[in-house]
Design a protein around this ligand. Sequence first.
Ligand SMILES: Cc1cc2nc3c(=O)[nH]c(=O)nc-3n(C[C@H](O)[C@H](O)[C@H](O)COP(=O)(O)OP(=O)(O)OC[C@H]3O[C@@H](n4cnc5c(N)ncnc54)[C@H](O)[C@@H]3O)c2cc1C
Length: 327
Amino acid sequence: MTNDILVFVEQRDDRVHPAGLQCLTPARELAGKTGGQVVACLIGEGIDQATAALEQAGPDRILIVRDPALKDYSALRYRTALAAAVEHCDPKVLLLPASFMGRDLAPRVAMRTGAALATDVIELTLTDDGALDVVRPLYNGKATCHVTFPADRLAIASVRPNTFAAPTGGSAAQKEEIPYAPAPGDDRITVKEVAKTGGDIKDVTEADIIVSGGRALKSEENFKIIYDLARVLDAAVGASRAACDAGYQPHSRQVGLTGKTVTPKLYIACGISGAIQHLAGMRGSKTIVAINTDPEAPMFKVADYGIVDDLFKVVPALTEEVRKLEL
Ligand SMILES: Cc1cc2nc3c(=O)[nH]c(=O)nc-3n(C[C@H](O)[C@H](O)[C@H](O)COP(=O)(O)OP(=O)(O)OC[C@H]3O[C@@H](n4cnc5c(N)ncnc54)[C@H](O)[C@@H]3O)c2cc1C
């Protein structure tokens, strides 16, 4: 085993996901202690722009697994490709973002490499005897626990998105290509269609501002007012599980315990009650604005600013005011 820290940096359509770049920050801290290198792994087809963007974040080396079969994310093929990168560089630690892709991939790679895994971690350190020690939240973030890995085996951790800032100011990294050698069973799952939602609107894990809607929106069409406000603020659109379950928004926009965890600078909750499972995904937001007709709604307890009124009146008015600011 080397002292290197390997980071899986997720890309789609040749665009790196910020959550993958953010993992390079704890990786650099750990490598400073182990005396090893920060090695990033990119998997896909083409991926020249993703490689250039990754270099800006300053890894020492980049391992590239490039193959037409890896164009779209496939859990089994990516597992094989990432396990090959692990075998190639024999790292002490492998970090992945706890994004949808990372959450899907991490246990499969742990199984394939025989490593231990901790998911959704928010702090990482090395103990005096060189073992990885991580902190992960429990019970919707009400408690945390330490997980210490054996020092003599590969440790795998998925890192909660938006816990660390991505590093900048990197220069050229050493690049190595690793061939993708399909393993038996890799084709058990095939990607038939990649469905994209939201058009020009960002993903909730990538945005500084999120405008989020709840069951109170009552229909998919009514979400238009949420999208209008999001567009003028250059924000992402989020939703509660009730809104997603009712079909008003795709589950890819769901924020919360069983959705995505977000920590934007501004979270505007429109007609969302503030159930504990929703708060679990957004209570780390810097500034929270609640718009709700019920002054007793739990969302007001975590909100920095509250508007007790009908969202169908307030949201279009906010959009108009922001438009005026832009002029
Ligand atoms: C295991 C488990 C996991 C879960 N995971 C998640 C999760 O990841 N994310 C999540 O969101 N939920 C999750 N839930 C569901 C959660 O418990 C709530 O049911 C859900 O968050 C409620 O969504 P909501 O606030 O949109 O709807 P409601 O609770 O129905 O609240 C609607 C709110 O809108 C207000 N309102 C109504 N009309 C207007 C109006 N015109 N203008 C302004 N305000 C208005 C009401 O006063 C109310 O506060 C989970 C539940 C379980 C059991």
